[in-house]
Design a protein around this ligand. Structure first.
Ligand code: C2G
Length: 443
């Protein structure tokens, strides 16, 4: 019996997939189809797959060509599968020509002709979301780079208010974007907006976009005024629009897994969370202050995400210690007291400290080394070091692609956002309390 194996994602199952499977089956007597797991796809840079694994498996089953289906979960699995199942032929479409020649050592490799004119990416792009950009801050350069990895959307144009700020601080790559000279005209030509304007203008722009019927992805922090934040979230919900805060950590593959691991009790009851995010911005300092303000407004959202996800919103007390320069907090420590736990975070925009995350529990602790907000590695550590374990994930590029994928996916098919309304409101509340404290320097 001649055994054939082939692999794929089979997202939005189409004629190209069908033809390939049919041809693969015709190469032998028994066809094994490897279907990529969601995590494996993400780790190989394919992270806006539309259909979940079960749907993709069902679609392959329905063709009737597969005698066996396996899930592909790691690099190198092809070799293991070929040996395990005693495979004679490995085959895949001609778009991979040459790439899998190394498998010739284990079985025959055949590249089958690919069906022209159709692909999952093309189908995703057929219902393309037209995204407009409001603002022209430097983060836009990264956003544009990262958006190239996301299918199902296109950047349709930009509106940026001309202000007096020195142009060296502005995004450089917006040159190719179609420029609109009024918000109204931009709104006429798009489905959704990405707002990267300074914080002082953000809530006003969010409101205008929502009132124009546009979905909104906004830079963080969302809004440091609790009532206003609530009003905007209500407005979005009432109009069935998506309003999402672009905090990349919340949407990267490893962070949610880390939280779930802790919640499953592996370190016992969580007693303490310590999270730091510090930067020395140097020449960029003035600009960052112009865009967002001091350390709390610029960076506080990151540790707040970790603290709220791990300990919830029901803290009993919060206080802050701040170092101020010219009326701006350049370094701030925030302390939370919960009924049975505590949390502490250090943020800075003009000083450096270890940027790690430590979650301590009654059985052990989790150590996430710096930069924990680009989560890709963490360790479970115990009194008995033999029980320690290490977890590795992949964090692609600057990570903005994760939030963009989530935004586009959720416009098309509403799911629960990981950074939910409650998280955003809890964040707004803390930022508001901080601002109202009128802190004076301790130094
Ligand atoms: N395919 C095709 N014609 C198309 C599109 C896809 O013949 N128009 C083939 C691909 O060459 C592949 C299979 O259909 O053999 C599945 O394609 P994808 O779902 O895009 O999977 P892919 O990313 O190519 O994964 O480990 C993963 C595999 O190496 C291939």
């Amino acid at each position: 019996m001649k055994k054939v194996i082939t692999y794929g994602t089979y997202d939005l199952f189409h004629q190209g997939h069908y033809n390939l499977l049919k041809r693969a089956k015709a190469l032998g007597d028994y066809l094994i189809v490897g279907i990529t797991s969601d995590y494996f796809d993400k780790s190989r840079g394919k992270f806006n797959v539309h259909d979940d694994l079960m749907t993709r498996v069902e679609n392959v089953k329905k063709t009737g060509f597969a005698d066996k289906i396996v899930i592909e979960e790691y690099v190198g699995q092809k070799i293991d599968d070929i040996q395990k199942y005693n495979v004679d032929i490995f085959t895949v479409g001609s778009d991979w020509k040459g790439y899998f020649d190394y498998l010739n050592e284990y079985c025959k490799v055949i590249y089958l002709e690919r069906t022209e004119g159709i692909s999952s990416t093309k189908i995703r792009n057929a219902h393309c979301i037209r995204l407009g950009v409001i603002g022209n801050e430097r983060i836009l350069d990264r956003f544009l780079d990262e958006s190239k990895f996301v299918s199902g959307m296109e950047i349709a144009g930009q509106f940026a208010e001309n202000d007096d700020i020195d142009y060296i601080y502005k995004a450089k790559k917006s040159g190719d974007l179609l420029q609109y000279f009024s918000l109204e005209n931009l709104f006429k030509n798009i489905d959704a907006v990405y707002i990267n304007a300074p914080l002082s203008q953000r809530s006003d722009l969010i409101e205008k976009a929502l009132k124009a019927g546009k979905h909104v992805l906004t830079e963080f922090p969302f809004c440091p005024d609790y009532n206003k934040a609530k009003e905007l979230l209500d407005l979005a919900r009432e109009n069935n629009l998506l309003l999402m805060e672009g905090l990349k950590t919340a949407y990267c593959p490893a962070f949610g897994k880390l939280i779930a691991l802790v919640k499953s009790g592996r370190i016992g009851k969580v007693l303490s969370v310590e999270a730091n995010f510090t930067q020395i911005l140097g020449k960029e300092l003035e600009n960052q202050i112009r865009i967002a303000g001091g350390s709390m407004l610029s960076l506080g959202a990151y540790p707040l995400l970790a603290i709220f996800k791990l300990l919830g919103y029901d803290y009993k007390k919060i206080d802050f210690i701040s170092h101020q320069e010219n009326g701006v907090d350049t370094m701030t420590r925030m302390n939370f007291v919960y009924d049975h736990a505590m949390a502490s975070a250090l943020v800075a925009i003009n000083a450096k400290a270890e940027g790690d995350l430590v979650i301590s529990g009654t059985k052990g602790y989790v150590y996430v080394p710096a930069p924990w907000w680009k989560t890709e590695y963490y360790e479970l550590r115990y009194e008995d070091i033999n029980k320690n374990s290490k977890f590795f994930y992949k964090f692609e590029g600057e990570g903005l692609r994760y939030e963009i994928v989530e935004f586009i996916k959720n416009i098309k098919e509403k799911e629960n956002l990981y950074l939910a309304e409650d998280d955003i409101l809890a964040e707004s509340k803390v930022l508001q309390v901080f601002q109202n404290k009128n802190l004076t320097s301790y130094f």
